[in-house]
Design a protein around this ligand. Sequence first.
Ligand SMILES: C=C(OP(=O)(O)O)C(=O)O
Ligand SMILES: [Mg+2]
Length: 551
Amino acid sequence: MGVSPGSAYGPVVQVASPVGPPRDEPAAADPAAAAEQAIAGFMQVAESLDAKAAQADASARDILKATAMIARDRSLHRAVTKHLSAGLGPANAIAQSIDEFAEQFAALGGYFAERVTDLRDVGSRAIAAVLGEPAPGVPDFTEPSIVVAEDLAPAETATLDRSLVLGIITRAGGLTSHTAILAAQMGIPAVVQLAGATEIPTGTPVALDGGSGAVTVNPDPAFVEAQRERRARLAEALADVTGPGATADGHHVALLANIGGVHDAELAGAEDLEGVGLFRTEFVFLSADQEPTVEEQTEIYRQVFAPFGDRRVVVRTLDAGADKPLAFADLGAEDNPALGRRGLRLSQARPEILATQLEALAAAAEATGADVRVMAPMVATAAEARWFAEQVRANGLPSSGVMIEVPGAALRAAQVLASVDFGSLGTNDLAQYTMAADRMEGELSELLDPWQPAVLDVIAAAATGAREAGKPLGVCGESAGDPFLALVLVGLGVTSLSMATGKVRAVRLALRSHTLEQCEVLAKEALAAESPEDARQAVRAAAAPEVAELL
Ligand SMILES: C=C(OP(=O)(O)O)C(=O)O
Ligand SMILES: [Mg+2]
C-alpha cells in the first residue's frame, strides 16, 4: 500500500528489532526493589524521549511527548509491580504488562489500536533500559538510504534525518498509522504492509513508488533511470500549476485541506490551497479526560483558524464514538459502536457538549474573522440536519452543513441538505456502511475501496440530490486525494475536494488537465465498471495520457 507519494531508489537499512525479554530470567529476589528499578527504566525512557522532543520540530515533538507520557503512565507501572510480586523477572514483568495494555488498546480499535506501536516501543525501550542494553531503533547510517522496518515507532519516524532517508517501507502499518502520516508530512515516499519487507538484507538496492505501492528489489539500471526521469518530469509539471482548483475549461473546484489540530493548520495554512474542508475536532481531545472548557477550546480554535486569514475553515463538531472514543463523551459500551450512538447521535444525547463547542467556535470565529462553517458528522435524516442547523444558528454562526457518510442520507440528500448550507461526503464511512465492511479491518480493504462501483453509485445519488436542493456538495474522505478518483468525483457533480495537504498538488494537476466534460466521461467509465480494479484501469486508460503517465 503506497501511503506517501513519490518514488525513491537506494540501499536498504534494516531497523534493529526490538529487544525482547530473556526466556530464562529468574524471579526478582526483591520485588519491591525490582519495581523501583523497572519504574526507573520507564522514567529513563520518558526522559530520553523528552530530550529528543526538545530538538524535534512541532509535529515530531507532539508525538514524542505523547510516547513519553505512555512511559510515565502510573497504571502501566502498577501492572509491572503486580507481575514482579507474582514472581516474574523485571524484563518479563514489563513485557507481560505491555502485552495486556496492547490487547486492551487493540480491542478499542481505531486510534487506540494504532497506538499499540507506541506502546510496544515504550516496552522494548524500557526492557533495554533494565537489561542495560542499547535502545532499539534505527541504526546510525551516513549514506542516503531506504529505511525498512516491521513498523516504525512514531519516535523513530519523527526523528529521521530527512536528508538521509530517501524512502520508508514497513511490513505492518496502515493508511492512518503514524508512519504514513509523518512520512506524508515530511514528504518522504512510503509503502506500508509489504510482505517480506524485513527479510530484505541491509545494503540491497530497492526502488519504491509511494503512489502505487510498488517495491522493486534489485531493479535494473534502465528501470531506475526511467523512474528518476519520471520523477523529474512530475516535479516540473506540479510546479507549473498553482492557484485555485479548476478544470481545464475553468470550472472551479475548491481544493482544501483535512486537518486534525494546530500544527496541521500551520502547515496547511502556508500552502497554496483554498482553506480547510475538514477539521476533525475530536483529534484535539483524544487524550483529554475531562471536557475542555469554552475558554480552552476557544484558544485552540483561534490558533487553528489564524493561519487561514479569510479563507474558509470547515469545522466538524466532535465525531466521538466507534473508532474515535472520547473519555468525556462516552455513553457506555455498545455491541456495535460503528452503528451506535456516535457522531451527531452522541451530540443529541449530550447536547451540552455540543453547546460548549459551538460557543467556543463562535468566539474563536469572532476573534479571528475567519470564514468558519460548522458541519455535523454521521447525519442520517433530514430531521437531524434541521436540528443541527438550529443549534448552529442559535450560536450566531452563519453557515451550517452536514457530512454525508450514511447511505440513507446520501439517497435522500435533497431533503437532508434542504435545511443546511452545504454537504460533504465522508467517503471513508460511506464505503464502510455501503459495503457493510468495518473500516478498521485490513482484511476487508477491497470492499472498503472507494472505487467500488456501488460506493460511486451512492455518491452519484447524493450529487443528484444536492443539485436538486441547489446546495454545494464536497468530498472530505481519503478518496478526494486520489487524483484519478478526484476526476470521477468532479464528473459526478462534487463541488470541492478536501484531502491531506501533501496530496493537493497532484489533484490540482489532474483537474487542470481535464475539462468538466472529460471528467463526466471518466465518471461514466467508472460507474460502468464491475469492480474497483476495472474502474481504476478504465479511468486511467481514458484520462489525459500525459498526466496519467506521471501520476
Ligand atoms: C472524512 C470522514 O471522516 P472520518 O474519516 O473522520 O470518519 C469519512 O468518514 O470519510
Ligand atoms: Mg466519518
